[in-house]
Design a protein. Structure first.
Length: 311
């Protein structure tokens, strides 16, 4: 193979420019720089305006969500008070009857110490029952957002204590089943609010089915269990299920399954928001043969890590 080499020197390329041309190039360059600077300033201004708009929209959305949560809370308070009225009616009647018996037996001269103690025991037990109802109601409405470990089975039981009389008067039976012991970490009252919403919706759906004479008795089954590393709460009823036309949008705001004017359409939206945003879980629904079944799923992994999180 032959070897080749370049022996001839390469001559530098010399650009001959007149001063006018240099000035022209400089002016054009300066104009381009000025245009780019103006564009960057406009872009920065646009970005700032866009950021302000985004922050305003986020603030509006947060305010709207707070308002909706407040509305849901107010609606829950109304239903709670109605439940307490049902819950207190029977013990008040029993207390009234016991005190009337004491008065009658005293006037007849047949009231002895044994009968008096028996009557007072009845009064005391029913007063204790009413006091427990007040405690459950007060705990539910406690505004403190305290992160803690809690047993969801126990939390559900407290809500059922409040709704018990109302369910009985509506011919609705319920079953609370603990398939496995589960511990959640979060704000207990927020889960209670979700459970109250689900149970209230189930009650309304069942009562509508009873009114239509499609069923004679309501049944709500609540199951707490652990499955695949998640704590699961299932709330199932025989209330006929969710209409297919709204099944995919049931958690959207202002979508309601209630035919009366009491349906605000924000309960399930708030419930899903609490479970997903606050408790980092999932809330879903499906229809079964007799009604609907809502499922809350919360990851049980890294509970210790969650305890270090700040509200």
């Amino acid at each position: 193979m032959k070897e080749y080499s370049i022996t001839k020197k390469m001559q530098p390329i010399i650009l001959e420019c007149k001063s006018e041309e240099i000035n022209t190039i400089a002016n054009v360059t300066n104009q381009m720089i000025a245009s780019i600077s103006d564009y960057l300033l406009q872009l920065k201004s646009f970005n700032n305006e866009l950021q302000e708009q985004i922050e305003d929209e986020i603030l509006k959305q947060q305010q709207q969500e707070r308002l909706m949560i407040h509305q849901s809370r107010q609606a829950a308070m109304g239903e709670m008070l109605e439940s307490m009225a049902h819950q207190w009616r029977q013990p008040l009647n029993i207390i009234g009857l016991a005190t009337a018996n004491i008065e009658t037996e005293y006037k007849l001269g047949v009231l002895n110490e044994k009968k008096f103690d028996e009557r007072m025991e009845i009064v005391s037990l029913n007063l204790q029952h009413m006091s427990n109802t007040i405690d459950d109601f007060r705990n539910f409405l406690n505004p403190e957002r305290k992160l803690e470990r809690f047993n969801p089975h126990k939390s559900i039981g407290e809500i059922l204590n409040i709704l018990d009389a109302q369910f009985n008067n509506s011919n609705i039976h319920y079953e609370l089943i603990e398939e496995s012991n589960v511990t959640f970490y979060g704000v207990e009252n927020e889960l209670k609010q979700v459970i109250f919403i689900l149970l209230s919706n189930a009650k309304d759906a069942i009562m509508l089915q009873i009114q239509k004479q499609k069923i004679s008795q309501g049944l709500i089954t609540i199951v707490t269990k652990e499955k695949s590393g998640e704590g699961v709460i299932e709330v199932c009823d025989n209330g006929g299920g969710v209409e297919e036309s709204i099944l995919n949008t049931i958690f959207d705001p202002y979508v309601t399954t209630k035919s009366n004017a009491n349906g605000t359409g924000i309960g399930l939206y708030i419930a899903k928001n609490i479970i997903e945003s606050r408790m980092k879980g999932n809330l879903c629904v499906k229809n079964n043969k007799e009604g609907s079944c809502f499922a809350i799923k919360i990851s049980l992994e890294n509970l210790d890590k969650k305890e270090n999180e700040v509200l």
